[in-house]
Design a binder for this molecule. Structure first.
Ligand code: FAD
Length: 448
């Protein structure tokens, strides 16, 4: 079975698992039956109560899956495609959470309560206290939802992550709330299903904490550090256990137990136990990496990702489009992929372009193997320097540059784009404007 097929099957299993956890809710959900004698107003209130019940139950299931998919070491059993996983996580977060918000609104209407009671702290009776749990949970979800769905781009990655951590309080609050005041749970066997979810949740939290502390990860040692230019380093990591990494995949690196974990593409696969990563200095973590003294013990998590997997499975000529450090997934992939390929590598200067010599060697070797097929080539698109070298083009990658080097029609290739957000957006727009279909374009963005 190919890697892509295996991944599809895993993703299908995830979708089925989500469906399986939703089905019991609908089995126990009752919709009020309209009786001729009932007053219309009473019926409407009953309907609101019934929808309050199902939205509350659905909300908790969505929350449950958010936790499952938020823990890498658990989520990897469902997929290796973290771009897809991230989209699922975001969509459940954005749309699934609407159930969480709809629940108290419908409950308020069905009780004929005033809207301000939603925010009023009432703790006179045990019932009030369980309602209060729900109110606190909703406030936390609102903060997370606003910071993730609306203001994600205005908040630094670290602060966004810290805010995200408080979401771990939401499940216990919603859980206690639902078990003690939820009419469906109080009156049906659905509560046994709830007990099961309640038992799984602490396991997920424990796994997440242990993972953060360096458990379920490979131990390794950075044995060599090379400065490729003023901004990019290359680190050779010796692992205690072999790793089965494919070209284009990435790993997470953690420098100490409980420290931050950051993703980096495996730029070079030296052997089963030796890999290289090539981080560019960006912020706190990558600057810290720049100062480490070798040998340095690290924790390695992964490999993850399926970015360049289709290049090994789809039989069509390939175009790699790399923006700056986005070159890393293409080094090992270029060495190993058999089809005709062209690499466009956008950099500010030719002289400082990391991996220049190595890439020239790879592509020149391929060119001589594939004599007559003009496509096998490499193009440096240099944006901040004059360059009259053989493989140089001045300026950004544009339609003219693509047409100059790609001998077939632009629709005849599969494209792989990697680099900063702006680069990916510009390249996608360029390709789409030239009639390239979405299915022919794979992207990897260097932020999750
Ligand atoms: C799949 C993948 C592969 C990557 N491969 C490489 C590579 O080969 N070489 C390279 O130089 N960079 C790579 N990156 C980017 C690298 O992870 C970030 O540059 C690094 O984490 C920045 O951390 P910082 O503290 O130095 O900078 P910060 O200033 O804190 O972060 C800069 C930006 O990096 C992103 N980022 C920060 N922390 C994380 C995190 N834990 N997870 C995901 N994104 C984060 C955020 O978008 C943030 O805005 C990759 C990223 C991803 C998602």
């Amino acid at each position: 079975m190919s890697r892509i097929q295996e991944n599809y099957i895993k993703q299908l299993v995830l979708v089925l698992c989500i469906v399986v956890t939703i089905v019991p809710l609908f089995m126990y959900w009752t919709i009020p039956i309209l009786e001729q004698s009932s007053a219309l107003n009473d019926m409407i209130l009953l309907y609101f109560a019934s929808f309050a019940s199902i939205t509350g139950l659905l909300g908790l299931i969505m929350l449950f899956w958010q936790y499952v998919l938020g823990v890498r070491v658990v989520a990897k059993f469902f997929t290796n495609d973290f771009v897809w996983l991230n989209k699922v996580h975001q969509n459940i977060g954005i749309w699934g959470m609407l159930f969480v918000f709809a629940h108290p609104l419908m409950a308020l209407i069905s009780y004929g309560a005033y809207w301000f009671q939603l925010v009023l702290p009432e703790v006179w009776t045990p019932y009030d206290i369980y309602i209060m749990y729900g109110k606190i949970a909703i406030s936390i979800v609102a903060v997370i939802w606003i910071t993730s769905a609306l203001f994600r781009r205005n908040i630094s990655y670290r602060w966004w992550k810290r805010i995200h951590f408080i979401s771990y309080l939401v499940f216990p609050l919603v859980y206690m709330h639902s078990l003690n005041v939820g009419t469906t749970l109080l009156s049906t066997n659905l509560r046994y299903f709830w007990y099961l979810l309640g038992a799984i949740y602490p396991i997920i939290v424990a796994v997440s904490i242990l993972h953060h502390l360096g458990f379920f990860k490979r131990k390794g040692t950075i044995i060599k550090k090379e400065h490729l230019n003023t901004e990019v380093n290359r680190f050779t990591i010796e692992l205690e256990r072999p790793i089965n990494v494919f070209p284009g995949q990435f790993i997470y690196i953690q420098l100490s137990r409980g420290g931050e974990s950051h993703p980096f593409t495996v730029s070079h696969i030296v052997s089963g136990t030796q890999i290289m990563i090539s981080p560019k200095k960006e912020g706190k973590f990558t600057k810290m990496l720049d100062t480490i003294v070798t040998p340095k013990k690290v924790f390695v998590d992964g490999p993850y990702g399926v970015f360049t997997a289709p290049a090994f499975e789809v039989d069509a000529p390939i175009v790699f489009l790399a923006g700056g450090i986005g070159i890393t997934p293409f080094i090992e992939t270029s060495k190993r992929v058999a089809q005709d390929k062209v690499l466009f590598y956008s950099e500010q200067t030719y002289t400082n372009a990391p991996f220049r010599e190595e890439l020239l060697r790879i592509y020149e070797a391929k060119s001589s193997q594939q004599k007559g097929t003009k496509d096998a080539d490499i193009v440096f698109a240099i944006t901040k320097e004059k360059c009259d070298e053989k493989h140089c083009e001045e300026g950004r990658i544009d339609e003219k540059m693509l047409r100059k080097y790609l001998k077939k029609s632009l629709g005849g290739y599969q494209y792989y784009i990697c680099g900063p957000k702006g680069f990916i957006k510009a390249m996608k727009q360029l390709l789409k404007s030239q009639g390239v279909r979405r299915q022919q374009i794979q992207t990897e963005e260097f932020s999750l």
